[in-house]
Write a protein that binds this ligand. Structure first.
Ligand code: AP5
Ligand code: MG
Length: 193
């Protein structure tokens, strides 16, 4: 099953996905981390992506879909894949539906926090794209381009919302519980943990 982690920059998608993957034996796939690996390795893709990332703009859809599609197409029936930071546009969401095995997309977990909290967390973290100017631009890009996905998944009946304004551990238990409930629903024969 695929669980999509939706939410603004700094809301804690990466923190929550990493912890859930670690404790439950699930797979964490972060497109931001994959891109940063490419940048670090100095590949052509990395060099191209870096320009967008440094500005806080989205890397073009064809590059992102290419990165995720093969992985999703080859997922196994009992795998739980946490997609952190993908999809981020309607075109990516549609491409994901095409690539994923029939019925594999289980839910979209949307994490929410105030802009004030997001900015404070990102400026406290200090990644190279965590300057005030770039953070503000990433938030604008999120509102304009990614937030419409919340309604997209709500209309599909797949949306679950989590208040991410709380302690990391409390958010984590909600996150795991919601995904386990999704698993029980897609596989009633018993893959619930
Ligand atoms: P990406 O790496 O995905 O960055 P992002 O969306 O901006 O999100 P962040 O990683 O900044 O936030 P997060 O929600 O993971 O929060 P975190 O857990 O780190 O993308 C980077 C760039 O790559 C994009 O700008 C774009 O250019 C490109 N890109 C990636 N995917 C793409 C795609 N699909 N299409 C196009 N382009 C793409 O937490 C943040 C901080 O808060 C941490 O310090 C953490 O310790 C702290 N924290 C977390 N939870 C809590 C809590 N509950 N209480 C207190 N502190 C907390
Ligand atoms: Mg992240």
């Amino acid at each position: 099953m695929i669980a999509i982690f939706l939410g603004a920059p700094g809301v804690g998608k990466g923190t929550q996905a990493a912890a859930a993957a670690e404790s439950q034996g699930w797979t964490h796939l972060s497109t931001g981390d994959l891109l940063r690996q490419e940048v670090g390795a100095g590949t052509d893709l990395g060099l191209k992506a870096k320009e967008y990332m440094d500005r806080g703009d989205l890397v073009p859809d064809d590059v992102m879909v290419g990165m995720v599609a093969t992985r999703v197409e080859s997922m196994s029936a009992d795998e739980v894949l946490l997609l952190d930071g993908f999809p981020r546009t309607l075109a990516q969401a549609e491409a994901l539906h095409e690539a994923a095995p029939e019925g594999a997309i289980g839910l979209a977990v949307c994490f929410t926090a105030s802009d004030e909290t997001l900015v404070e967390r990102l400026l406290g973290r200090g990644r190279t794209d965590d300057t005030r100017e770039v953070v503000e631009h990433r938030l604008t890009v999120y509102r304009e381009t990614t937030e419409p996905l919340v309604d997209f998944y709500k209309d599909l009946g797949m949306l679950r919302e989590i208040n991410a304004e709380r302690e990391i551990k409390i958010i984590q238990s909600d996150t795991v519980e919601i995904i386990q409930a999704g698993l029980a629903h897609t596989n009633p024969q018993g893959a619930n943990g």
